[in-house]
Ligand binder design. Sequence first.
Ligand code: ATP
Ligand code: ZN
Length: 304
Amino acid sequence: MSTEAQIAYRNELIAAGLLHATDVDGLYAQSGAFEEIIMRFNALVTRTGAVDGPEVLRFPPGMPRGTLERSGYLRSFPQLAGTIHSFAGGDVEHAALIAALERGDDWTGGQKATGIAFTPAACYPSYTIVAKRGPLPADGALLDVQSWCFRHEPSLDPARLQLFRMREHVRVGTPQQVLEFRERWLKRGRAIMESMGVPLDIDVANDPFFGRAGRMLAANQRDQALKFELLVPITSTEKPTACLSFNYHQDHLGQAFGLRLADGTVAHTACVGFGLERIVLALLRHHGFDPKAWPDSVRHALWT
Ligand code: ATP
Ligand code: ZN
């Protein structure tokens, strides 16, 4: 359920021309000003991570369906996943499609699943790519990735989109390597967001696992402190919004994707994810809709 404050902020953003609403909740066009902030923030993340020399991968919004199947996402979050379907019939089916369209009926029944699924988290397609290369070198793998992501969670909260951009850094290696990486990015993520001049808090968190079994998974994730979130108040101080996530997957994704260390054992993985739209929404909320009037320190951090 969206709150009044969320709907009010959404209306302000639309009135200011920063977002353009569509007929679908959580699906927007973004303005040039919005995009400029995303690009500037992205460049700041790049500068921060560049010292480690990550390999850069930029993904389209879709990935092979097999990657979704292997990832375990359908077991944990069937309610959020999306697949791309397309027409696959002949003349008869085409005529039926046109007739249904003209009657205003549902025309989608004949659509068949393609080999492409929407990407739910920017790091997933990178594991397939790394696994294909065979056992990892001694220093593991370090990636700087970005993807449009789809999650089926329609909402009037402007910070809860169905299609949004996730920037991540991803580490594959020994437990020690990936935990060191997560510690480093916990500090860097905090420093980046402090330089953005927004109030923030870092807290242990859990994913919205589906169903009754999911409650146990969520409790376990919290107990083991596998996920942290950097939270910034956007439309509520009591319920601040997760703008960054720091995830330690242990060997789950290593098992799922066949990621191996040089000695043949299963690799561990961790990622830090920046929700780019949420970060822009936090900046606009705290510093106003005109970036030229933002505090000098924030402008300096972004426009250097
Ligand atoms: P994992 O790899 O374990 O699935 P992840 O870090 O890739 O985790 P999340 O932690 O679920 O995925 O999401 C990462 C970030 O993406 C969040 O911190 C948030 O900023 C952003 N995000 C998630 N869902 C949405 C959404 N519906 N709309 C906008 N941004 C979102
Ligand atoms: Zn990730």
